[in-house]
Design a protein around this ligand. Structure first.
Ligand SMILES: [Mg+2]
Length: 230
């Protein structure tokens, strides 16, 4: 691979184990809010939440709903399926979820080992869709902060991945050249399509080895493979 100077890492599901952390947080809250009175078990609650959450994220991305509507709505709508109609409870639950989820610290396998290897060799930055306070807290709490020079969060940038504007802003802010920049992320839609939109080299991190028809520069299923590539 060409000699890169700048590595732009996605955060959720790439370095920070979103799936594990989210489930742990929601399970704690499920118990604290006594949701077992309304749902057969956590699994049932979580399955419904996942469907509603992805639907509302899509609507938020398309600017059909606000950040608050997303945050509260995903729980309010999930609660409704269990016959629980309380906007107040949904609000409190959402606030607890956002705060407590960002305090979770499980990382994807080999994250620290790989970042230790890369740190002296490259300038590293985070590119993430999400909310500033949440993403910053995740980096701080999980010990990732010291590895990264810049944090680019869509809320602050004013554009979401995969929009070209997001990538252009990040690259320019770092005074990086496009040819010397590499995007690493787990989302074909956000990270890889975004890198393509702005003409950047990219590594698709596909830990579940999901089948796809996209053309990608490099594909890895373990972060450790970055130590051979870079
Ligand atoms: Mg991701």
């Amino acid at each position: 691979m060409p000699k890169y100077q700048h590595l732009f890492f996605d955060l959720d599901h790439t370095l920070w184990d979103f799936a594990t952390n989210e489930q742990v947080t929601l399970k704690n809250l499920f118990q604290r809010y006594r949701l077992d009175k309304h749902f057969s078990d956590f699994k049932a609650f979580f399955a419904i939440y996942q469907v509603i959450n992805s639907d509302l994220w899509l609507r938020y991305r398309n600017k059909l709903i606000t950040k608050t509507q997303l945050n509260t709505g995903r729980f309010h709508q999930t609660f409704l399926t269990g016959g629980l109609n309380s906007e107040t409870m949904a609000k409190n639950f959402a606030a607890d979820f956002i705060r407590e989820n960002a305090l979770q610290t499980t990382l994807m396998p080999h994250t620290i080992e790989v970042l230790d290897y890369l740190k002296p060799r490259y300038h590293m930055h985070i590119i993430t869709n999400g909310f500033v306070e949440t993403q910053q807290l995740k980096l701080d709490e999980s010990g990732l902060s010291p590895y990264f020079e810049r944090l680019f969060v869509s809320e602050q940038v004013g554009a979401q991945k995969p929009r070209r504007a997001f990538f252009e802003y990040a690259i320019k802010s770092c005074n990086a050249r496009k040819k010397e920049s590499l995007v690493i992320g787990d989302s074909l839609d956000a990270d890889i399509q975004g890198a393509k939109n702005f003409g950047l080299d990219h590594v698709y991190f596909n830990p579940a080895k999901i089948k796809h028809n996209e053309t990608v520069h490099k594909e890895i299923s373990s972060l450790r493979e970055l130590m051979d590539l870079l």
